[in-house]
Design a protein around this ligand. Sequence first.
Ligand code: NAD
Length: 426
Amino acid sequence: MSQRKESKVSECEAPNPFVEVQKKIDAICHRMNISEGINARLRICERELIVNFPVRMDDGTLKIFTGYRIQHNDTRGPSKGGIRYHPDVTPDDARALAALMTLKAAVVNIPFGGAKGAVACDPEIMSQNELERLTRRYASEISLLIGPESDIPAPDIGTNSQIMAWIMDTYSMNKGYSVLGVVTGKPLEVGGSRGRSEATGRGCMICKRLAGKQLGINLEDANVAVQGFGKVGSVVARLLARESCKVIGISDVKGGVYNSRGLDVESLYHYSQETGSVIDFKDAENITNAELLALACDVLVPAAIENQLRGDNAASVKAKIIVEGANKPTTTEADSILIENGILIVPDILANAGGVVVSYFEWIQDLQAFFWSEQEVNQRLEEVMERAFHEVLEISQREKTDMRTAAYMLAIDRVASAMKIRGIYP
Ligand code: NAD
């Protein structure tokens, strides 16, 4: 395999994810005879806050950062969604991710609406002190919207449990008492849930197993490739390796590594924690992200960022099953090509829903101040994921359609029914 330098997707190749989500919502509403009023409401976000705020950097200078908190739809309950720290994030990225959260919560039938937050910044080059000051100021700015009864953030790309703890602390300082339920994905010491850090990856693992059953393939020792080795990708890879799968390829933003006999995932995890990347790992060959996506394998788990499977590379995918750990990793054009090629795609709003499910469990535990064992969390997660998977599968078989379309149908039906019952639209 080549040692080519990693290249990023150019702007012109990457479609706007919000426009793609809106088009999919329109198509499903049309297919299901959903009223124009509900369709119009679902294709936009209910509330959008843009904040420009100063942060004192370690060298004494002041820098202005731009952040967002966007609520898509709260018909079924408080808004819920992660906070992303990424230099290239745009308002439309946040809108798309907020809309996907509404649909995801509805697919797994938990009582949340959808939201997303973001700050355009590069956490890789900021010190811990700078990140803490940025987070506390951003949390204050969006405290207009967030709260345990209104909108509950969680980690996403570039954020983690420490950042959630700072948000919880900032919010609580202003209230005068500890508000555990304002964010999820927190450390255990401040109201986090057992099983939350593994939940998204665990949900992907459950979907892989169910998808294998559906195709009649035994995936216990499947060959797997995982794109992204962060909070989602590293857990998926480690859980699947422990399950006896052969994880042959793993990548991050800097590039990937490959071993046809299977990577030593635990050692790779510790290596990447120490060096900041998977590349140059012993007993493996360096590959590019493009090469990773095209590896001959049974299961491909894109768990990095949007728009990785596109019209220009979808035809090279050789996996039998794609489990979308990331949000919107597949463009609409790629989706059609992959389906045409007979690949079973477990879509993002189902495959990576394990995170929001256990975030829901964390929120419940915080509100009740009563905490569950890890076994209880994992068992309940499994029940929710299995039920949702089978509901989506049943629709896809009945409607003779792909699982993404089926998942959107299930979600939009649930949100539209709630809107009708509340008397919002006929
Ligand atoms: P993270 O920041 O912990 O990890 C992201 C990983 O992707 C890193 O390894 C990074 O190097 C890699 N990456 C980033 N850009 C890349 C690129 N252009 N090419 C290849 N690799 C790239 O983020 P995360 O929390 O693991 O989130 C990953 C995806 O999963 C995102 O789409 C996120 O929205 C989605 N997601 C996360 C959760 C969660 O609980 N964290 C829940 C549901 C969905």
